[in-house]
Write a protein that binds this ligand. Structure first.
Ligand code: SAM
Length: 223
């Protein structure tokens, strides 16, 4: 599908990189002017993740998480660091990772690595992570890069580990956004790409209480 929308892959990645270089390193910047929905988003994510932390045979560990397309660490600070002993962050914009060092405060000393890389090139270390969190960034990857990245993430999971994608979904089809150079896909398409990566969906939830005018946002957990 992205093959039809992305005429020039090099330009697609280059335009996104330029777009983000010009965005202020703030919560509002990370959320395109919707900074006020950050708390609702993080509460929803916490609730979504909690089900995997309950005692049971599939309980996830709490040693290490990876925040993908982490930006300044909005999610790392309020969702991941309170749960996991250590967190790695990966983002293509080095200015955001530099800002994260101050933004995270003292808890930032539990960040293992600040990886400056596009997810299309990033290779998570095998068997390292209990949770790999990928939020509001899959639109910046072509279909085949997303599938390949998810395959590498699968190898990056510890036993019982999960990958979570939380992102905007269209009602139907894929839509290109030329402003930030991203593709918004529908839920069926995202689930198809997940399947192609050899992953199975274990939970899915629509984020409630977001403004009417924005895309629907879904959390999807897989392993
Ligand atoms: C909408 S922001 C979301 C940031 C964070 N996930 C959050 O929810 O607060 C998108 C982030 O993706 C990063 N990004 C864009 N393209 C990327 C790519 N190809 N690989 C890794 N990060 C990318 C941007 O630098 C930016 O930090």
């Amino acid at each position: 599908m992205s093959g039809l929308l992305v005429e020039d892959e090099t330009q697609f990645y280059c335009n996104a990189k330029t777009y983000w270089k010009n965005v202020p390193p703030t919560v509002d910047g990370m959320l395109g002017g919707y900074g006020h929905i950050s708390s609702i988003d993080l509460s929803g994510s916490k609730k979504f993740l909690q089900r995997f932390l309950k005692d049971g045979p599939h309980k996830i560990g709490t040693s290490y998480a990876l925040d993908c397309g982490a930006g300044i660490g909005r999610i790392t600070k309020r969702l991941l660091l309170p749960i996991f002993k250590n967190v790695d962050m990966v983002d293509v914009t080095d200015e955001f990772l530099s800002k994260a060092k101050g933004y995270l405060g003292e808890d930032g000393n539990r960040i293992g690595n600040y990886f400056c890389s596009g997810l299309q090139d990033f290779v998570p270390e095998p068997s390292r992570y209990d949770v790999i969190w990928i939020q509001w960034v899959i639109g910046h990857l072509t279909d085949s890069h997303l599938v390949d990245f998810l395959k590498r993430c699968k190898s990056g999971l510890r036993s019982n580990g999960i990958i979570v994608i939380k992102d905007n979904m269209t009602q139907e089809g894929a839509i290109m956004d030329d402003v930030d150079s991203s593709i918004c896909r529908d839920l069926d398409l995202v689930r198809r790409l997940i399947r192609h990566a050899g992953l199975a969906v274990v939970a899915q939830e629509k984020q409630e209480n977001f403004p009417e005018e924005i895309y629907s946002v879904f959390s999807i957990a897989m392993r």
